[in-house]
Design a protein around this ligand. Structure first.
Ligand SMILES: *[C@@H]1O[C@H](CO)[C@@H](O)[C@H](O)[C@H]1NC(C)=O
Ligand SMILES: *[C@@H]1O[C@H](CO)[C@@H](O)[C@H](O)[C@H]1NC(C)=O
Ligand SMILES: *[C@@H]1O[C@H](CO)[C@@H](O)[C@H](O)[C@H]1NC(C)=O
Ligand SMILES: *[C@@H]1O[C@H](CO)[C@@H](O)[C@H](O)[C@H]1NC(C)=O
Ligand SMILES: *[C@@H]1O[C@H](CO)[C@@H](O)[C@H](O)[C@H]1NC(C)=O
Ligand SMILES: *[C@@H]1O[C@H](CO)[C@@H](O)[C@H](O)[C@H]1NC(C)=O
Ligand SMILES: *[C@@H]1O[C@H](CO)[C@@H](O)[C@H](O)[C@H]1NC(C)=O
Ligand SMILES: *[C@@H]1O[C@H](CO)[C@@H](O)[C@H](O)[C@H]1NC(C)=O
Length: 776
């Protein structure tokens, strides 16, 4: 009898066919409802602040809302029920057993929220993981599978801001010469969009009380039936009883949040005088990860939309108030994309990348209802401040990437509005970052099995300690089949995704927006065979954890620092394809290796028989192709330097993780000093509008092929790594200046010969395009 026959016979004998494994986790056998008293030992229904343990062998489905927990330890199985709107608040989730939200074949399509809370001294902590985490311990299973959505796409038409002369333009304060006094700025409009009056009151200065009184009179004297807008320029001053009358006066317009405005917080109000029913006011309390923040409001009246924005980074350069009137045709622009975005819905947020030198031109918008959109189009809730290029220009694809920021599984770390410190080290971080940087984190340990997709993670990571990142595989060795896919990691306090001591991980289709420190990070210069594919990384800003994360001004020995990178590739034996590095305060993608595995990986590689000194100098780059690198402050691509393993060079000790010297890269087959020289190919790259250079290579037989370079002062700067190696570029195009002009620039001549003149009287020239480092 053949095997099928045997199975049939045994099925007949046993009287049933073997049960199919359920596709959806909530269909699992033996599940007990969390909400059922019988599920728990008598008297142990988890109440507020309970420390819940799901014992081994027990399987529970989270079937209804629950109170805030203190801690959650899953030794058995916890399945997220197929129910909308459950929020799990806890200081940590320790998974020793299994935790499922959806499965690979049954994507969870309701909303789920996980909120990790607690401060840096919370007693709720677990060795190996620390505080405020989702942790997958050895032997555990972590399955998170949200809806499958188009993670990001590209514009196929240029998006233009509504400017003077363009369709929809009615009024823009930036076209006036209104001056910039600290304090409160006011615009009053007639209903037809014409300006009735404008004013500025320096409530932050020494005569703040007098200015506040004047403003009260001004508001009282403004007739009914006008549109009034108020915005903070940089700061309205320290909140104080001297403002009581002003607060009352602004409240009489409908500005209810005015009393909460503290120093350097952006606040705006838009209202109709004499009628508070339409009034809108917005205050942004939290210091955003970008190091500053804004508040804005829009009020549609008839065919017009009145708008006001306050931007307070607390620096001269960025701070601004903007008052605008736009016709509704320009106020809700329609965007056209390369892909079908029918998986994007009304209310979802998107980020449109900068296509200019300054990555901070990336803009976030919310999708609104659209009755005239095709499957590759959406409308958004506001016009754009900057243009975002949407064309292939002279053969260079400079179409702006557009990332979806919303996912239905939402994991958030708690941050306090005010920075706090229990130690002087934490005090240093408060001084450095001016905000709370102690978020939540997710960590996977060796022997766990984790697949995470379709989740959004916000305010995760912390600057206090290493190893606490939004998503982090920690010393896992080989993890084939495990992945981090199609997630959004936004406003992280430490990195985006960390691959540490882990091989064969897939990291694909993720969107990273705003993080401190390197974004996608291979930690020990020993991680291999990982696939980093089609990730979009925007907003990489200096962090404090490693020398290479830090700004050079934060380092006693500047040479150690300043190699911040959106994608930190520290070992050549990885697949890095189709990623976009679209905005770093440092570099876009770096290929910088260490001569030895760093940190914990030295012993790990020795134990596995995989340790060979200096091997990174000789290994070919496995696959580095189709990456797009633009709008980075320093070089787009950096293939040079090494990371010190704590070594002495030329008689000088360089501490571990500091940047050191040249790379001496010289790929060979077999990969050792005696091998035959071979070529490393970097293929089909696109590099444009990187502020310092598009690329810098210390090339040991590195050839760039089929690539395009454009719109930078220097596109390719290369030097040999060793005498016997060479550099090459083949089948590539270099375009000095494309049709992507970027933002207009008014250049003011500041040469010493003009120093005696006030700024307003110095010679200036208006350009209709941007320039690297603003230097025409
Ligand atoms: C759990 O609750 C659901 C919905 O209330 C119910 O249909 C199901 O029978 C319950 N399961 C058990 C094991 O009690
Ligand atoms: C839960 O714990 C918090 C923090 O200790 C406390 O403020 C709150 O009152 C507790 N709630 C209950 C219901 O015990
Ligand atoms: C949960 O599992 C861990 C790891 O196996 C174990 O150390 C711990 O004692 C268990 N806790 C309970 C309450 O069973
Ligand atoms: C105030 O505005 C609302 C909304 O536009 C309108 O319905 C209402 O009539 C107005 N009230 C007065 C007194 O004009
Ligand atoms: C876009 O995707 C949706 C969902 O997969 C599909 O129904 C629709 O036909 C697609 N539209 C186009 C134009 O391909
Ligand atoms: C908090 O930080 C400040 C500034 O570094 C320091 O002076 C103070 O001692 C710190 N507080 C504690 C409790 O360590
Ligand atoms: C990486 O993969 C290659 C085969 O492609 C294998 O020989 C090597 O041992 C792997 N290295 C690690 C560290 O996993
Ligand atoms: C570059 O492109 C050309 C023409 O499309 C193709 O023949 C060649 O194989 C490519 N070279 C590499 C190294 O990808």
């Amino acid at each position: 009898m053949n095997q099928a026959g045997w199975m049939l016979v045994s099925a007949l004998v046993l009287g049933f066919l073997p049960p199919a494994t359920p596709v959806c986790p909530w269909e699992m056998a033996e599940l007990e409802n969390w909400s059922n008293v019988d599920t728990w030992l008598p008297g142990e229904i988890p109440a507020t602040n309970a420390s819940v343990v799901i014992p081994a062998g027990k399987k529970i489905v989270l079937d209804a809302p629950i109170p805030r927990l203190l801690t959650l330890t899953i030794n058995g199985t916890l399945v997220w029920g197929n129910v909308d709107g459950i929020r799990l608040e806890t200081s940590y989730i320790l998974v020793n057993g299994e935790f499922h939200i959806g499965s690979e074949d049954c994507h969870f399509d309701k909303t789920a929220d996980i909120f990790l809370y607690g401060q840096s001294n919370a007693p709720e902590m677990v060795s190996d993981f620390g505080r405020k985490f989702i942790g997958a311990a050895s032997g555990s299973k972590l399955e998170i599978h949200g809806e499958q959505k188009q993670s990001w796409t590209k514009l196929v038409e240029t998006v233009e801001p509504v400017r003077m002369g363009s369709c929809g333009y009615v009024y823009d304060s930036r076209d006036e010469n209104l001056g910039t006094r600290l304090g409160l700025h006011i615009h009053v409009w007639n209903f037809d969009g014409t300006v009735y009056d404008t004013h500025q009151y320096n409530t932050a200065g020494t005569s703040g009380q007098k200015k506040a009184k004047n403003m009260v009179k001004y508001i009282a004297g403004t007739p009914a039936g006008k549109i009034i807008a108020v915005a903070v320029y940089r700061t309205m001053g320290v909140p104080s009883p001297i403002f009581d009358e002003l607060y009352t006066s602004i409240e009489s317009l409908g500005g209810w949040k005015i009393r909460d405005v503290e120093e350097f917080e952006p606040y705006v109000l838009l209202a109709e005088t004499g009628n508070t029913s339409n009034a809108i006011d917005n205050l942004n309390k939290r210091y955003g990860v970008a190091g500053g923040l804004d508040a804005s409001a829009a009020l549609p009246i008839g065919d017009l939309v009145f708008k006001v924005t306050s931007i307070s980074y607390n620096t001269n350069y960025f701070d601004e108030t903007i008052f605008r009137v736009v016709h509704k045709v320009g106020a809700f622009p329609r965007l056209s994309f390369l892909h079908n975005v029918s998986s994007w819905h009304k209310g979802d947020e998107i980020v449109v990348a900068s296509t200019d030198f300054d990555w901070k031109q990336a803009e976030i918008r919310t999708i609104v209802e659209c009755t005239d959109c095709a499957d590759n189009q959406v409308r958004v809730d506001g016009d754009f401040r900057y243009s975002h290029f949407g064309e292939v220009t002279f053969g260079v694809d400079e179409r702006a990437e557009v990332g979806l920021l919303s996912r239905n599984i939402r994991i958030e770390g708690e941050l306090q509005d005010q920075c706090y410190n229990f130690t002087s080290e934490e005090g240093y971080l408060c001084d450095r970052f001016k905000r709370d940087t102690f978020g939540g984190h997710t960590q996977i340990l060796k022997g766990a099995f984790a697949r995470i997709e379709g989740a959004q993670l916000r305010y995760m990571g912390n600057q206090h300690e290493i190893a606490q990142y939004p998503l982090h595989f920690h010393m896992c060795d080989d993890v084939p089949g495990q992945y981090i896919r199609n997630n959004v990691i936004r406003d992280s306090n430490s990195r985006c995704i960390t691959i540490h001591g882990t091989d064969y991980l897939e990291v694909s289709n993720n969107v990273c927006l705003n993080h401190l420190g390197h974004g996608i990070f291979l930690e020990d210069s020993a991680e291999q065979n990982n696939t980093i594919h089609r990730n979009l990384v925007i907003g990489t800003q200096h962090g404090n954890l490693l020398y290479t994360d830090r700004h050079k001004d934060w380092c006693e020995i500047r040479e150690y620092c300043n190699l911040l990178s959106s994608i930190w590739v520290s070992h050549p034996n990885n697949i890095v394809t189709e990623n976009v590095a679209a905005g770093s305060d440092g570099y876009g993608i770096t290929l910088t290796f260490s001569d030895r595995p760093l940190g914990l990986s030295l012993q790990r590689q020795k134990d596995r028989g995989l340790y060979q000194d200096r091997s990174t100098r000789y290994i070919k780059v496995k696959d580095f192709s189709k990456n797009v690198i633009h709008s980075n402050k320093k070089d787009g691509l950096w293939f040079d330097s090494r990371v010190s393993y704590g070594q002495t060079e030329d008689g000088v000790f360089i501490p571990e993780n500091a940047k050191i010297g040249l790379n001496y890269y010289s790929p060979r087959e077999p990969p050792n000093a005696e091998g035959q020289l071979v070529e490393t190919l970097l293929e089909e790259l696109t590099l444009y509008k990187n502020d310092e250079r598009n690329s810098w290579l210390r090339c040991g037989n590195v050839a760039i092929v089929n690539s395009s370079f454009a719109d930078s002062r220097i596109s390719y700067l290369a030097a040999h790594s060793t005498a016997e190696t060479s550099c090459d570029v083949r089948h590539s195009i270099f375009i000095g200046q494309t049709a992507n002009k970027g933002e207009p620039l008014t250049y003011i001549f500041n040469d010493p010969q003009f120093e005696h003149l006030p700024k307003s009287e110095r010679p200036r020239h208006h350009f209709d395009q941007s320039f690297a480092e603003d230097r025409p």
